[in-house]
Design a protein around this ligand. Structure first.
Ligand code: GLY
Ligand code: MN
Ligand code: MN
Length: 543
């Protein structure tokens, strides 16, 4: 494959090719069978693109995947570029491209925003970008997504809280006659239509593109619908999207989510949206959605508690057996499917932040940390996400120190006195400061403190991190995670993750947890906790 791709580079007079993880819908969880990058480097994480040249292969990965990429790639031929906190893929990619060279990109697999930013950066290095209307990996290997075997269904109004027609009316107010809002973001489409499908692993969205006019919304999709969406909605075949905009004068779009190819279809009439209306509406959950989230997390807590009991009561349990039990238990609790691949790591594997290939030979032994990060999609198609790290048997002093430090990071962020000025960045900084003060310098915290949760397990806003996206204020009824972790290769890691929402009690904002799984007291060094932290812990473990 690599040899053939290099021949392609030569034919096309290109110095580099960007090979993507995603598909034309720019999804986070693309199936490996449909993931071009996987066939080039063998890396199986959910994000991380590749830059190929005539003599180099760069596999870019963020902090969650540093260890995993080293394990999965052939390091003789692949250079793993490990993005550090504060570094961006765009910045490091540009760094690797020599001045005056040419880069091929797949037009359907990059967002317009990414394309524009890349172009600006590369033009400073006198580089050229050639956009390709096909993925060259497909010349040599057929990329396949599962065919939607389940019909698209609509969720109950008791879960959504508001009908698709009512949502449409709110959005239509922002659109003028002769204008159309084009939206190709699958979560936005699933949200607006109240429709879900469970055909692609870890996703409850359906493949579609959308055009919202003042008086109607058109959904372009080849999936089977077992429902009418609403009075204002019409469904047309996906292919019709390309020619759908002849009679409008202005096409409103969002550059972060439209792919470069689709943008080219509309660009003569395109006008950038002031902001992503649907995404902002989706981020603020209504009371029915919050009630549904609470119910889903009760069921998720049961799965995690069951897993903990199994760890304590079983001998010779393997990572894979436990991970399979977790999936079975989710289904028993009514989940339609998992919301991401279960991360189940024992012993030193727990330092691999997104360890998602549990082994059938690794046995959970006494003295091991067991890190379980899991979630499901229940009947509303919303995600759950929780992590607990347990110790099997007796912990060492160092294990207790690491666990307790992560717990302190969690408790202080969770109990932060939130105001209407508090951002995700603020909460992230609270946790990072505790890490710095702990003296655990050789343990890394190479990921953000958290992320918004919605139909997809990762949805922004909000973003709870030290990057630029973390600098927006948190708003009432946003659902997000707080998930500090500390990891050291060869030793293991601890992550404690709870999904929470921002509520208001007596006029004051307050973070409230959706999960209530207790922390493992045996793993805690109480001498490291302040009186306030002990009280917070007591309250937590008693709820
Ligand atoms: N389960 C992925 C995450 O915690 O973000
Ligand atoms: Mn998680
Ligand atoms: Mn998470």
């Amino acid at each position: 494959m690599i040899k053939k791709l290099r021949e392609f580079l030569k034919q096309e007079k290109l110095d580099y090719l960007l090979i993507n993880t995603t598909d034309e819908f720019l999804v986070e969880y693309n199936e490996l069978s449909n993931c071009a990058r996987y066939f080039v480097t063998g890396f199986s994480g959910s994000t991380g693109d590749v830059l190929l040249s005539k003599d180099k292969i760069y596999q870019f990965v963020d902090g969650r995947y540093h260890e995993q990429a080293d394990k999965e790639c052939d390091l003789k031929t692949v250079t793993v570029v490990k993005l550090q906190l504060g570094q961006t893929f765009l910045g490091e990619l540009t760094e690797k491209i020599s001045s005056g060279s040419s880069l091929g990109v797949v037009s359907k697999k990059i967002s317009l925003n990414f394309y524009k930013n890349l172009k600006t950066k590369l033009s400073k290095k006198h580089c050229k970008i050639k956009t390709l209307n096909f993925d060259p990996v497909e010349n040599f290997h057929i990329l396949k997504a599962s065919k939607g075997k389940n019909p698209v269904e609509q969720i109950d109004i008791a879960v959504a809280g508001i009908s698709a027609d009512e949502k449409f009316k709110k959005i239509a107010k922002k659109i003028k006659q002769q204008e159309v809002l084009v939206d190709t973001n699958l979560e936005n489409i699933a949200y607006l239509t109240n429709c879900r499908q469970y055909s692609t692993p870890f996703s409850s969205t359906f493949k579609a593109k959308m055009a919202v006019y003042k008086d109607r919304a058109v959904i372009f999709s080849n999936e089977k619908f077992n429902t009418k969406i609403g009075e204002y909605f019409k469904i047309l075949p996906l292919q019709e999207f390309d020619n759908a905009f002849k009679n409008v004068s202005k096409i409103i779009f969002t550059p972060a989510t439209i792919n470069h190819y689709d943008f080219n279809l509309i660009k003569s009439k395109a006008a950038e949206a002031e902001y992503d209306f649907i995404k902002e509406m989706k981020a603020i959950k209504n009371d029915a959605e919050i009630a549904h989230f609470k119910k889903n997390y009760q069921r998720t807590d049961k799965v995690v508690n069951k897993a903990f009991d199994l760890v304590c009561s079983s001998k010779n349990l393997t990572e894979k057996q436990l991970s399979d039990e977790v999936e079975k238990e989710f289904l028993k609790q009514g989940a339609k499917q998992l919301s991401f691949k279960t991360i189940l790591a024992a012993g030193e594997n727990s330092s691999v932040i997104h360890y998602s290939h549990p082994s059938d030979t690794v046995i959970i032994n006494d003295g091991d940390f067991v890190l379980l990060d899991c979630g499901g999609h229940f009947e509303g198609g919303y995600s759950t996400d929780i992590t607990r790290t347990f110790i099997k048997g007796e912990p060492t002093n160092l294990q207790k120190k690491v666990y307790t430090t992560v717990l302190k990071m969690f408790l202080n962020a969770y109990n932060y006195p939130v105001t209407n000025k508090t951002t995700g960045f603020t909460l992230d900084s609270v946790a990072r400061k505790i890490h710095r003060q702990s003296g655990l310098k050789d343990f890394n915290f190479n990921h953000g403190l958290g992320h918004g949760v919605g139909i997809n397990v990762h949805e922004n806003p909000p973003t709870i991190s030290c990057g630029a996206a973390g600098k927006r204020v948190l708003k009432k009824n946003m659902v997000f995670t707080i998930e500090p972790g500390l990891y050291k290769s060869g030793f293991g890691g601890v992550r404690l993750e709870n999904s929470v929402f921002l509520t208001e009690i007596n006029g004051k904002l307050k973070i409230e947890s959706l999960s209530h799984v207790p922390f493992q007291e045996k793993a805690i060094d109480f001498t490291l906790l302040t009186e306030q932290e002990k009280n917070w812990l007591k309250q937590w473990n008693n709820t």
